[in-house]
Design a protein around this ligand. Structure first.
Ligand code: ADP
Ligand code: MG
Length: 340
């Protein structure tokens, strides 16, 4: 089993200026796996721009053209888990052997291997073995290889052997064509003005574009309303407002400092003054509840702390909210300011 999703085909992948190079490199790789200069092919770009889709499309196309080739798609997290289990069960050689037999190996989200030295080391050996045997590697990452942190240099230098192609945010015309294709695929008839309205408002990434279309459909079905421009405007405007709500950690720190009349850089200072420690904890708590940032990333942005400090801060704030009314009022006030 290749772990490939048939929906993620080249046919369903709309081409635009935002993805032309990545797409054509991908097609070239699928037509001649291991035989082009694009080895490894590294697809990178922000979340929701089509890395997984395109990587899978390459796998699907390869399988279609070369039935006898083994293609495997695996997320970095799954690779990591399999590796840990293999070590625990004393099966490391089986693990290596399994991966070294593959003709086209697709590893998604390699940034997830950051800091995992043993996994990286094993992947390094797999990479070398496959590359030397003329097998194809396809990797995806949320950053360009040069910007990846926590990766071994010898791996990074290998990532640069082939081609790194980025996926960018689609322009308006491409967004329109993506929406048309999604609607068509789902058998929905949508007025052009509705499609154009969505494409003009939902501009962050393709995943949100799809999400907007799905909410629109769900609302019109549930409320038995005709899916016209008026309905679209109401629903899309609300959606866009909500996604813009994604606050930045900088902004949260600023609001918290303003609230306590503290200078903003004080949260970055190495001080154990009680009021500052508490303001920092509150900023961490809001960063955890109102953004998608990881504990580690919150810690590194607020006073260069580690993830355990952030976790502790969240617990402390939650406890205080339960036990201290005055504190709870403060938190509610900050919450209101953040959501203004
Ligand atoms: P990433 O892996 O970069 O986070 P995905 O590959 O999961 O992004 O893409 C998010 C969604 O957007 C998927 O449902 C995918 O099918 C869709 N998508 C992305 N790019 C395109 C495109 N060019 N044409 C059609 N659908 C796309
Ligand atoms: Mg992905």
């Amino acid at each position: 089993d290749s772990q490939l999703n048939p929906d993620y085909s080249f046919m369903n992948f709309i081409e635009g200026d935002c993805n032309r190079l990545a797409r054509s490199a991908g097609l070239a790789v699928a037509e001649n796996p291991g035989g082009t200069a694009f080895n490894p092919l590294v697809l990178f770009g922000d979340s929701g721009l089509g890395k997984t889709h395109l990587a899978q499309a390459i796998g699907l196309k390869t399988k279609e053209l070369y039935q006898d080739k083994t293609v495997l798609y695996v997320s970095s997290n799954k690779f990591q888990t399999q590796f840990t289990e293999a070590i625990r069960n004393n099966n490391k050689n089986d693990f290596l052997h399994f991966y070294q037999m593959i003709d086209v190996l697709i590893i998604d989200d390699i940034q997830e291997l950051a800091g995992k030295e043993k996994t990286q080391n094993t992947f390094f050996h797999i990479f070398n073995h496959l590359h030397q045997s003329g097998k194809q590697l396809i990797l995806t990452s949320d950053k360009a290889p040069i910007e990846l942190k926590g990766m071994e240099n010898r791996l990074l230098s290998r990532f640069k052997w082939g081609l790194s192609a980025d996926l960018q945010n689609p322009d308006y015309e491409t967004r329109v064509r993506i929406l048309q294709q999604k609607a068509y695929k789902d058998g929905i008839v949508l007025d052009n003005e509705v499609i154009e309205y969505i494409a003009s408002q939902v501009t962050n990434n393709v995943r949100e574009l799809e999400g907007a279309l799905i909410s629109l459909l769900a609302q019109s079905t549930l409320n038995k309303k005709e899916l016209n421009l008026e309905l679209a405007i109401g629903i899309i405007d609300k959606l866009v407002k909500n996604t813009k709500r994604e606050l930045s950690i900088d902004y949260i720190q600023k609001v918290v400092c303003d609230h306590f009349s503290l200078p903003i850089d004080v949260l970055q200072a190495k001080t154990r003054k009680r009021e500052i420690v508490q303001a920092r904890q509150i900023a961490m708590y809001f960063s955890k509840t109102l953004t998608k940032a990881s504990l580690a990333s919150i810690g590194s942005q607020i006073g260069k702390k580690d993830h355990a400090t952030v976790l502790h801060a969240c617990k402390t704030v939650n406890n205080l909210m339960d036990t201290d009314r005055g504190f709870k009022t403060q938190i509610d006030e900050i919450d209101k300011k953040l959501k203004m």
